[in-house]
Write a protein that binds this ligand. Sequence first.
Ligand code: F6R
Length: 614
Amino acid sequence: MCGIVGYLGGRNAYPILIKGLQRLEYRGYDSAGVALINDNGNLVIYKTKGKVEDLIRVSRDQDVSGTVGIAHTRWATHGEPSDVNSHPHFSENQNLALIHNGIIENYQSLKTELSRKGYHFRSDTDTEVVIQLIQYLMDSQGISLEEAVPMALQHVVGAYALAILDKNHPERMIAARKGSPLVVGIGENEFFVGSDASPIIEYTNKVVYIGEEQIVFLEKGKEMRITDLRSVEQTAEIRELEMSLSQIEKGGYPHFMLKEIFEQPQTLLASMQGRLHPELGVVKLSGFIDNRKRLLSAKRIVICACGTSWHAGLIGKYLIEELAHIPVEVEYSSEFRYRKPVLFPTDIVVAISQSGETADTLAAIQLAREAGAFLFGICNVVGSSIARATDTGCYTHIGPEIGVASTKAFTAQVATLSLIALSFAEQLNTISESRRQELVSELQRIPEKIAKILGHDEKIRDLAKTFTYARNCLYLGRGYNYPVALEGALKLKEISYIHAEGYPAAEMKHGPIALIDEEMPVVVIAPKRGNYEKILSNIQEIKARKGRIVSIVTEGDTDVAKLSDWSFEIPDTEDCFEPILSIIPLQLLAYHIAIAKGRNVDQPRNLAKSVTVE
Ligand code: F6R
């Protein structure tokens, strides 16, 4: 959601903070701000509605000296995007400044109480109460900031990653986390703070992922100190970052999204490397092998996820049920956590999340933990909250995904689910050895087949221009390609703002067919296998109503192509791996339509990359 960054050391903090904000801007981009304790010892804040470049403009003629600072890029929750609601926020006496990512749920009652005591609120945010509460505790109890922060955080209900500066102690910074991610980078006599490691990687690869309900005390020339909210000392586990700088830069592409679409042959290889062994016809997943007994005794698998990860989960259901014969349910985390799901200790709950920080998915697995289920995580971000909150799992290993619209994470999640389904199938003997060998060998060939599809990018770009007029669009698929229809529609709507719906093709005649006319583009995913004959008749039905058909067909198939206004070929593959190929032209189509409409594809309106609030 919001991005936070901090610096404390010997260098000029401002350029480090600005660069850090630019790296974190994918998390939120409706306002930005920075607080510095400048060389004159003043605590100054510059902030504005808009993007980081607007902040640079606003602070151009200001004093941006100082070797300690915090900065923030916002995704508004409480209070509209405006200069005054932007972070950082001052405390009443302007000696303290705070940045925050998360939501303070009891802010209204705290605000009323503090207002009664004479504290003035300048913004509509939930955040401002935290810094006012800290100052109130310092004033009323005559205690230090170090004592007031844990005390204040025990009064706060909600989620936070926050960082605080104190004008009277320019050599110190305090940061804390509950529910929202926080990383501290350790350099030579300097510290970096970030919502993730992307603002840190340029300076150091030594990091500490701050744990739940932990507070970190940073001071120049001293070791970092971590406590829990009751001030009990905790150990800091220093880890080495695997990420590289080139992974978080655009590498010559105009947008992160396009770079990430084109990276998919490599990212798919990376997510299967060391796991897929075509020479032996087997899959070796350490998270599976280490927990084999527990996993194999499962009577049922429940997958929890949101958005694109939910679509991957739906494909996972088809894969696991077909190959391993284990019943699978797929749940929206946000629904699952608030209804009364029936869970058994024999269940496995699989949480799928690129960021590993999605608040609803985290809450869903907490619920499953209470029911005694075994928790398996499929995450991309190493050390993320969901990765740590699950019993075991697999990382997708695709490097940072920065474009707000998920692309390479989706294909890697589906590939990982394929590996899991094959592992179950092998152990449970639900498919023959020769069939498993065929599937393993085919999975190995998928990256080069993706590369082939990417070679047709230009054709898709040309078609995209034709569709900028569209106000609605239907995506249809059957079997394994039904979730792809959902995902293709999601990609289009989130970055082009064209309304799009995905449907199982046969459901069309139960309602959506009423929408079809000569204005309506209908994207049909119709590869040669699976329910090919059935989808051919669905296409006939659209044709009869003059819908404009874009089809995704298997190489060499002319039957569907003849009925379509435009068609794209994908290489032939096994039914169960088709989604990894058929989504590629749909990602490109959404990207090019959005570009043709002049949209900001990496930062679409109202969205943020990591949804750490519910
Ligand atoms: C869509 C998209 C979102 C995410 C969803 C879950 O392109 O990116 O729908 O898939 O917010 O996020 P993660 O996977 O981080 O839990």
